[in-house]
Design a protein around this ligand. Sequence first.
Ligand code: BTN
Length: 249
Amino acid sequence: MPETHFLLKTDSTNRVAFEWAESGARHGDAIIAEMQSAGRGRLRRHWHSPVGKGMYCSIIVKPSIDIQKYPQITLTAGLAVSNALDKICHCASLVKWPNDIFLGGKKIGGILTESSLNVASGPFSIVGIGLNINNDHFDFPKEIEKVATSVFLETGKAHNIREIFEGVRDELLHEISMLELDDFAGILQRWKEKDALKGRVVRWVTPTGAVVCGRPAGPNSEGRLIVQDEDGQCHEVISGDISIAGRMK
Ligand code: BTN
């Protein structure tokens, strides 16, 4: 059975999990904290982690897959988290490339995957998951108030954070076993059914600051998002921010 460490407070569960993985944690072992003082988000952003309101966990995975396939873990994790949330909270969440979970048109959670690909010491990936569960409007800082939501705000019900964690961990380990069976195509197909960008026009700010507007064609077989601009040119989105610019005509 995987082991879970429950912490009252930490800086970042991803940091703690990384250290644990380096010193011999096993596949499926996890850290969950009631609050984080320095929760890490994608693109070096801060993840707001108030006590008792959200789920802040990091699950260590050591899948038996080629290290070239490790980038597939982020989309796989997004699908797993969204599926778990739907089952436990009776909602219909969506996934937004590469690592966001959406509900009611707003961000309800995010995933930060950090990997160590050192084959000698054994590669591993830390799947860090932050979900807004019982937050009310006033629990969000001003700068994210309009774009963030919680399960409580969308369903009108408070939920048990530990129960959600257990569901998320089980679902993640299940989807990772699908990756081990070499079924990323199946994962991608199910991911696309939940794609929040389907039928939208998106705006991509490239790492150099250029802006590309176009229609997303979904992630390709490597998990990279393809955006077709107004001139029909296809762009492979490697990193940066994707925002929804409108609906497709
Ligand atoms: C994002 O959307 O930018 C990803 C956010 C990931 C936040 C989670 S909270 C638990 C884990 N520990 C961290 O420091 N970050 C992740």
